[in-house]
Design a protein around this ligand. Structure first.
Ligand code: HEM
Length: 401
């Protein structure tokens, strides 16, 4: 008897626990057939070793425009994915060149230069939290604005335009919208970024876009406005919701583990490792990344044929007990937490990873120091988690202090 492959994505039944189908798959069928939302078949990988191998293997393509590329959400191919050329969707030399052009923006030196700005944004957000009536939503006051202010600073958005930018960002990452709305929001965002790049061409500042413009003028004598606009959109989309959700879930996890929270308060030097553990534990980009095989490749004893889709599930990989002891427990002292795959692996590994690490350290360290009485203002059971969409998180986090 043949059984129908299960429909993917699988949602977390319990916010902190992986779907049991991942645990079973890893033990019995680590490379298993699944069916995507559009009915197409694909392979789901749940073991750390297999996920890492595929993400590091150039025979697996990231080109989402391919008709058989696995999709997680109905209408995902419309909107941003269809009209844009993002580096995250490129392969081979085209991808390497796009990444090389911008990598210096994420160097240790640049991150150090951004540190005072990040600290200031976090302090402003915490001031706002402390000034607001209790209970307050930690997402609105801290987890949303901090990454948004950082991206705005990175690409050089003036503070007078910040509210419009924030509005465009939050709309374009929403999941509860139709394919038509997705296209419309993506177009509005695109228009905004086109006009931002055009303004930077005329009036350069001290920001990533202005430096890219100067570099392109030096190297090729002209500016690729469309390419730079796509880059700005990508940085915004890639950096906003992922970071917001990691902050909110991280705070929630620490409030649920008072002993571990107390350890961090007593020794802030432990925060960087705790950040790695939070990234591992939640792995907010929890369904993918997806890839498409361009050749026949054996993965974990299964032959994946050219043209077949693969879901390299970093969340399941980060719960693999052959790499992480007692993976279902949050442990801020986990020595190998940094081996997690929450930022992906290989050529497409998150470009913003070190910047986010730094940002998260400042957020957690500041919250622990400045709001020592922070606690959840509702029962855990009342929280609503994001079970529809590409990025895992919690919709609201009511807190008091
Ligand atoms: C907690 C926050 C974040 C998480 C969990 C995360 C996760 C990821 C993952 C898993 C990938 C790999 C995608 C793939 O292999 O197809 C990725 C790629 C990327 N991320 Fe992040 N990300 C985060 C924040 C950011 C931020 C803040 C930025 C920029 C400011 C950023 C910029 C990028 C870019 C540009 C890529 C594409 C890299 C490439 O294709 O070479 N990310 N991210």
């Amino acid at each position: 008897m043949t059984t129908e492959p299960p429909q993917f994505p699988f949602h977390r039944e319990c916010p902190f626990t992986e779907p049991h189908i991942y645990t079973e798959s890893r033990a019995e069928q680590p490379v298993r057939g699944i069916r995507m939302v559009d009915g197409r078949p694909a392979w789901l990988l749940t073991r750390y070793e297999d996920v890492r191998a595929v993400l590091n293997d150039r025979r697996f393509s990231s080109d989402k425009s391919a008709p058989d590329y696995p999709v997680f959400v109905v209408g995902q191919k419309e909107g941003l994915d269809k009209s844009e050329r993002f580096m995250v969707n490129m392969d081979g030399e085209e991808h390497a060149a796009a990444r090389r052009a911008v990598i210096s923006e994420f160097s240790t030196r640049r991150i150090a230069a951004l540190t005072p700005h990040i600290q200031q944004s976090v302090d402003t957000a915490v001031d706002n939290l402390l000034a607001s009536p209790r209970p307050a939503d930690l997402i609105r006051s801290v987890a949303m604005p901090v990454p948004s202010m950082l991206t705005a600073r990175l690409v050089g958005i003036d503070h007078t335009d910040y509210d419009r930018f924030q509005n465009l960002t939050s709309r374009s990452v929403r999941h509860d919208i139709s394919a038509e709305e997705r296209v419309r929001f993506a177009e509005e965002l695109r228009e905004y970024m086109d006009s931002l790049v055009a303004a930077k061409v005329e009036h350069p500042g001290d920001d990533l876009l202005s430096r890219q413009i100067a570099q392109q003028r030096r190297e090729r004598g002209e500016v690729d406005v469309a390419g730079l606009s796509s880059l700005a959109v990508l940085l915004m989309i890639a950096g906003q919701e992922t970071t917001t959700d990691t902050i909110a879930l991280g705070v929630l996890a620490l409030l649920s583990e008072p002993d571990q929270l107390a350890e961090l308060a007593a020794d802030p030097g432990k925060v960087p490792l705790a950040v790695e553990e939070i990234l591992r534990y939640f792995s907010v980009l929890d369904f993918g990344p997806p890839r498409l095989a361009t050749a026949d490749v054996e993965v974990g004893g299964v032959l994946v044929r050219a043209g077949e889709g693969v879901v390299a599930n970093v969340y399941a990989a980060n719960r693999d007990s052959s790499v992480f002891t007692d993976p279902g427990a949050l442990n801020v002292n986990r020595a190998n937490a940094r081996s997690h795959l929450a930022f992906g692996y290989g050529p497409h590994q998150c470009l913003g990873a070190n910047l986010v690490r730094h940002e998260l350290r400042i957020v957690f360290e500041t919250l622990i120091r400045r709001v020592p009485g922070l606690r959840l203002a509702v029962d855990f059971g009342e929280l609503k988690f994001k079970n529809k969409g590409l990025i895992y998180g919690v919709h609201e986090l009511p807190v008091t202090w």
